[in-house]
Design a protein around this ligand. Structure first.
Ligand code: UT7
Length: 325
């Protein structure tokens, strides 16, 4: 049976120049490189300049993804930005990216699912591309999480960083089998009853401020390990693949212990798991495309590989998706 799949035809990413090490943080908050590395695996994070909004990071990543796909802004007919740190309350960061890239009139909007945003955005783009409503979609995860930090709160400010990753999605004809190029299946979840475990204590209709990130780290950790594993299993089932078929796991980069915990639960081969948490820290919706791009650039992930992505974040949201590059 012939089916139209939405395929990733280009990948790009961008990290702001400034690097903040654990030692830098320990100069103004009561923490240590030893604690951060042992509990999270994080060694450094990137931080955007004051005059560099989220859309600038998104545009840099998008340009690289378009070049990788052999496309130009003139080809783009859909822009989805997954972000929880928009430039402004409105317009959507996607609209700003559209203007900065010089893309013509087309649908452009943001997806807000916090750290799961990129997995959510891919599934939304799939709805356009696989139905013939888009022939060249830009799906971007872009975040400046450092803007949401309470720099006096050592339990959160050491965990996050800034960055952006982007993919180009285009239709490809397949046979409806797991050998097809493109998105094969996904599983998305949200449990709003757990919203107070991870949130930002501000907003336009409550405090009128941006607010700061608050997290009950321990409880989020436990939720992550158990539920991400379930979502991975569900996404694999939806894609009609076995976990053993997967060439590469590209997890959300929140904590090396979560990545390991999920891997252990599912019996994943550690050498197939991409980890950039040490150098990128948690960049929320940007973390998966940043890790994907890093592993493509260093030659590990190749065209034709079966990739499984997973994430969990505020909402609480979580999810997973399987795609063949
Ligand atoms: O992407 C969104 C999803 N977010 C996540 O997935 C994050 C999930 N949670 C985590 O990654 C971990 O729970 C943390 C890294 C946030 C914390 O690690 P933990 O092993 O769960 O530590 P804990 O919260 O149980 O804290 C242990 C101790 C506490 O001290 P006491 O009460 O035992 O004396 C904390 O006050 O570590 C202390 N602590 C720190 N010490 C030095 C907490 N943060 C720090 C710090 N430096 N930065």
């Amino acid at each position: 049976m012939s089916v139209t799949r939405s395929a990733v035809t280009g990948v790009g990413s961008y990290l702001p120049e400034t690097i903040v090490t654990n030692a830098d943080l320990s100069k103004f908050v009561d923490t240590s490189d030893e604690w951060i590395v042992e509990r999270t695996g994080i060694r450094q994070r990137h931080k955007a300049r004051e005059d560099q909004p989220t859309s600038d990071l998104a545009v840099e990543a998008a340009r690289k993804a378009l070049a990788d796909a052999g496309r130009t802004p003139a080809d783009v007919d859909l822009i989805i930005v997954a972000t929880t740190t928009p430039d402004m309350t409105f317009p959507a960061t996607a609209a700003i990216v559209q203007r900065k890239l010089g893309v013509g009139v087309c649908p452009a909007f943001d997806v807000q699912a916090v750290c799961s945003g990129f997995v959510y955005a891919l599934s939304v783009a799939d709805g356009f591309v696989a139905r013939g409503l888009s022939r060249c979609a830009l799906v971007i995860g872009a975040e400046e999480m450092t803007r949401l930090m309470d720099w006096d709160d050592r339990t959160t400010c050491v965990l996050f960083g800034d960055g952006a990753g982007a993919v180009v999605m285009e239709p490809r004809e397949g046979q409806g089998t797991k050998a097809d190029q493109g998105l094969l299946g996904f599983a998305l979840r949200c449990d709003g009853n757990k919203a107070d475990l991870l949130y930002v204590d501000g907003g336009p209709s409550t405090t009128g401020t941006v607010g700061h990130l608050r997290m009950s780290g321990n409880q989020v950790f436990r939720h992550a390990v158990i539920n991400i594993a379930e979502a991975i299993t569900a996404a694999a089932r939806a894609a009609n693949i076995e976990i053993a078929d997967v060439d590469w796991f590209v997890p959300h980069q929140a904590n090396q212990r979560i990545i390991k915990g999920v891997g252990d639960r599912l019996g994943l081969d550690e050498t197939k798991v991409i980890s950039t948490v040490a150098t990128h820290a948690n960049t929320s919706a940007a973390s998966i495309p940043l890790a994907l791009d890093a592993a493509i650039r260093d030659g590990r992930i190749k065209r034709g590989d079966l990739v499984l992505m997973e994430a969990m974040g505020g909402g609480l949201t979580w999810g997973a998706c399987a795609l063949r590059l």
